[in-house]
Design a binder for this molecule. Structure first.
Ligand SMILES: Cc1cc2nc3c(=O)[nH]c(=O)nc-3n(C[C@H](O)[C@H](O)[C@H](O)COP(=O)(O)OP(=O)(O)OC[C@H]3O[C@@H](n4cnc5c(N)ncnc54)[C@H](O)[C@@H]3O)c2cc1C
Ligand SMILES: NC(=O)c1ccc[n+]([C@@H]2O[C@H](COP(=O)([O-])OP(=O)(O)OC[C@H]3O[C@@H](n4cnc5c(N)ncnc54)[C@H](OP(=O)(O)O)[C@@H]3O)[C@@H](O)[C@H]2O)c1
Ligand SMILES: Cc1cc2nc3c(=O)[nH]c(=O)nc-3n(C[C@H](O)[C@H](O)[C@H](O)COP(=O)(O)O)c2cc1C
Ligand SMILES: *[C@@H]1O[C@H](CO)[C@@H](O)[C@H](O)[C@H]1NC(C)=O
Ligand SMILES: *[C@@H]1O[C@H](CO)[C@@H](O)[C@H](O)[C@H]1NC(C)=O
Ligand SMILES: *[C@@H]1O[C@H](CO)[C@@H](O)[C@H](O)[C@H]1NC(C)=O
Ligand SMILES: *[C@@H]1O[C@H](CO)[C@@H](O)[C@H](O)[C@H]1NC(C)=O
Length: 670
């Protein structure tokens, strides 16, 4: 019995020459370990592809229809995903298809010729599934933008196309699941036929459960359609197979690049999410004093990057995980972290060949590519449970992954309340020793973090300023948890060397100063919500110095204590003195026994707020989405109602209209 995991890279190439040889490798399965055949000749495609083209996922040559025909696939699953949830759902649905003996292809719509959508009905019994998230003002994700435009603009006759849509959204947003709803409606308008009812996932409640519920309805319909029995076979399937590699030339191994091999040393503009710019940190200091909390003022040097930004844009930062946590996982899983490997999609037609850039080392994957600190999902626990050799531990894991009331309650106490991350899960469940490749397949990708840029390009064309609070908190059992990105930044040295640089890109936002300089603005931003307003003030100050007439700028800022966490105090006070800031209002929440928030100050100034609105001013809100932004919204409605004398219903509509006219703009996060 040959185990592929143990075959060296050279051996692999040697055997690869002999086409008739098939190798066995292990897939995991709940009950028994079933060996599966792999054709080595096909496997060989990977390393040679990497040599020719250094990108993490080589784009396939064959078209979608051709691919489906060649492989006998009838189900195609498109995903529109920004942070990976939709993509994970798509992969999971495809995996489940195999359990039913059906073949499905997962497709990133960005990677296909969209004309092929209208040709899908060439494939007999084809089903197209769309798993699409909604963003912003009811917008599609970046990767689904073109497909969205295509559906919107074209008058395509999709007659015969069977489809089903699952939308991902969050009920707290006004445009709840608009994209999912649009796809479902539009495909019908284009003569497609809805096979499965629209499913909507709400991230604010339990999107995981919504998806599982939708799949429960999906299977009977699909099985009926294909005339197969609706019972899932009890085997767990792997999507990627592990290849341990030796002797790969160093320059061919990914070292943390998000997409293109060696892109961090050989930098080439234009820079974007797949090709981030390595920005040196020019300035870094702590803005707080007399407290253990820290808030960093960081200046990223973008000279020569050709990166452009506007006040109000976001900068995205790709972080790295804490080395000690990475080492601990290596210890707990008994692996040599410096081993080079590749994870290869078992489905050769999949557009995604690897879950993250490969070949790489376990250390690099755990440091740069995988989210190892978020709480494990029920799906992860469900798949890992099989590896617990102790029966009671396995039962407990299976229970907390189950959808029963008891299971959910158990998950909530054991994972959520006790803040059991991957490391503590492995520590608490001593018999749980999953193979590292399966863990890597299941963990979500480490995501870039966004920061509201706290400078103006008019004043700092070659610098991007960031203002970020260092996240650190204690769990109930006294462990200290640290935010990945903010602590990575905290520990990063200042300077121009290559190593300490920060991979960044700029994301355009809708958070913009009014077109006319004379328009008055009301800025509401407690805590780090101040960040974009510092950029706004720099910009307005710049125009004032140019001799332009600049409208009123009124700021509502709040922090805990004047002596500790008052961000940019001196600057703000000077802006008020020199008139760039018409009025500076600061709420110190903890300097007296009663809490005072920006919302209290705003309420007291109802008359002034109304006069600003009446004269056509703009309102900006930045910072905490959960409580503050909601409270501010309610206060605005109240003010329009009382000061504007328009009545409640009309006031709600008035504020809504302000939003639609971009006169009431939010930049909030939770
Ligand atoms: C559009 C946008 C703009 C943003 N702008 C800014 C900005 O200008 N400045 C800024 O500082 N941040 C900003 N953020 C937030 C920022 O992106 C990061 O989320 C933040 O810095 C934390 O990142 P991290 O990697 O350090 O923490 P992570 O490793 O991501 O950890 C954060 C997570 O830890 C958990 N957590 C945090 N505190 C606690 C607690 N007390 N108890 C239990 N769990 C807890 C939460 O689950 C939280 O999601 C913005 C976010 C968005 C989406
Ligand atoms: N989910 C939440 O509820 C929430 C709220 C704030 C920040 N955060 C997160 O915590 C981290 C640190 O944030 P930060 O440093 O920017 O903020 P911060 O320093 O924690 O808060 C800034 C100020 O806002 C006050 N505040 C709290 N609730 C408010 C509300 N409903 N309306 C108006 N003001 C309110 C705080 O008062 P007190 O603290 O004294 O009550 C404090 O004075 C960030 O990651 C941020 O996203 C989360
Ligand atoms: C910045 C941001 C904006 C969002 N805007 C919306 C929205 O307008 N409507 C909605 O229903 N959901 C919205 N959501 C929720 C996402 O659609 C939801 O979290 C989804 O699960 C993300 O899927 P993904 O991980 O595949 O990108 C938003 C989420 C974020 C982070
Ligand atoms: C490699 O990728 C680039 C884009 O990054 C593309 O232009 C080029 O054609 C690719 N080369 C091969 C051989 O596929
Ligand atoms: C849908 O089908 C009808 C009837 O066959 C046809 O008239 C119509 O043009 C089709 N719609 C589109 C958008 O092609
Ligand atoms: C969206 O969903 C998440 C759950 O993942 C939740 O924490 C958050 O409060 C929701 N709302 C917003 C505005 O992000
Ligand atoms: C106003 O004060 C700010 C903050 O100190 C300063 O940067 C700016 O140059 C001043 N503007 C004028 C017009 O004096």
């Amino acid at each position: 019995m040959l185990n592929l995991n143990m075959i060296g890279y050279t051996d692999f190439l040697m055997i690869g020459g002999i086409t008739a040889i098939a190798l066995y490798f292990w897939t995991s399965s709940k009950s028994k370990q079933q060996p599966t055949m792999v054709d080595l000749k096909k496997l060989k495609v990977l390393p040679s592809n990497i040599e020719e083209n250094g990108s993490a996922n080589a784009v396939s040559e064959k078209g979608l229809i051709e691919k489906m025909k060649a492989s006998g696939k009838t189900i195609v699953i498109f995903f529109g995903s920004q942070t990976g949830t939709g993509e994970e759902f798509a992969q999971r649905l495809a995996k489940n298809c195999r359990l039913y003996g059906l073949k499905a292809l997962v497709v990133d719509p960005e990677e296909i010729d969209l004309e092929e959508l209208a040709r899908l009905n060439e494939i007999p019994n084809a089903i197209a599934v769309f798993i699409v998230a909604t963003y912003g003002e009811g917008d599609p994700t970046d990767n689904a933008q073109e497909m969205f435009d295509y559906l919107q603009q074209g008058e395509w006759d999709l007659k015969g196309l069977k489809y089903g849509v699952f939308g991902l959204g969050n009920k707290t947003y006004e445009h709840y699941n608009e994209i999912g709803k649009y796809f479902d409606k539009r495909l019908e308008e284009l003569n497609g036929s809805r096979l499965i009812d629209l499913g909507l996932g709400d991230d604010d409640a339990n999107i995981e459960e919504d998806f599982v519920t939708w799949m429960d309805k999906f299977w009977p319909v699909v099985c009926d359609f294909y005339g197969i029995s609706a019972s899932e076979q009890d085997i767990s399937m792997r999507q990627y197979k592990l290849m341990s590699l030796d002797d790969v030339a160093t320059e061919k191994i990914f070292k943390g690049e998000v997409y293109r091999l060696n892109s961090y040393v050989k930098q080439k503009p234009p820079y974007d999410s797949k090709n981030p710019f390595m920005a040196p940190i020019s300035v870094k200091y702590n803005l707080f004093k007399g407290t253990d909390r820290k808030c960093l003022h960081i200046e990223l040097d973008i000279t020569d990057s050709r990166l452009r930004y506007e006040a109000g844009d976001h900068v995205a930062i790709y972080p790295a995980n804490d080395p000690q946590t990475v080492n601990r996982i290596g210890q707990l899983l008994d692996v040599d972290l410096d081993q080079t490997f590749s994870l290869i999609n078992i489905d050769e037609d999949a557009s995604k060949k690897h879950p993250f850039p490969c070949p790489t080392t376990f250390r690099t994957a755990l440091t740069y590519y995988l989210d190892i600190t978020s709480l494990p999902t029920t799906q992860l626990i469900k798949e890992l449970a099989q590896y617990a050799t102790d029966e009671s531990e396995r039962k407990n894991l299976q229970l907390m992954a189950s959808a029963s009331e008891e299971g959910k309650a158990f998950y909530n106490t054991f994972i959520r309340d006790e803040h059991t991350d991957l490391v503590s899960l492995l520590e608490k469940m001593c018999s749980l020793k999953p193979p590292i490749d399966h863990v890597m397949e299941l963990l979500p990708r480490l995501q870039a973090r966004y920061y509201s840029i706290s400078s103006s390009p008019k004043v700092h064309p070659n610098r991007i300023h960031v203002t970020c609070t260092v996240v650190e908190y204690e769990t109930k059992d006294g462990r200290v948890c640290k935010g990945v990105t903010t602590n990575w930044l905290l520990n990063k040295p200042v300077g121009d060397d290559l190593k300490p640089r920060v991979p960044i890109f700029v994301r355009k936002s809708q958070f913009r100063l009014p077109f006319k300089f004379q328009t008055s603005i009301l800025m509401i931003g407690p805590g780090t919500g101040l960040a974009p307003f510092r950029g706004f003030l720099q910009e307005r100050d710049y125009y004032k110095k140019e001799g332009r007439m600049v409208g009123k700028s009124i700021l509502y800022y709040g922090c805990r204590r004047k002596a500790e966490d008052y961000l940019y105090q001196e600057e703000l006070e000077q802006y008020e003195t020199n008139g760039t800031l018409t009025k500076l209002n600061v709420a110190f929440s903890r300097d007296q026994s009663e809490k005072v928030y920006v919302t209290h100050l705003l309420k007291n100034d109802a008359g002034m707020v109304w006069s600003i609105l009446k004269e056509g001013g703009h309102v900006y809100v930045c910072g905490d989405a959960k409580n503050m932004a909601r409270d501010v919204h309610d206060i605005l409605v109240d003010i329009c109602d009382k000061e504007g004398g328009m009545g409640r219903t009309q006031a709600v509509q008035y504020v809504k209209d302000l939003g639609q006219k971009s006169r009431y703009v939010l930049d909030v996060w939770s």
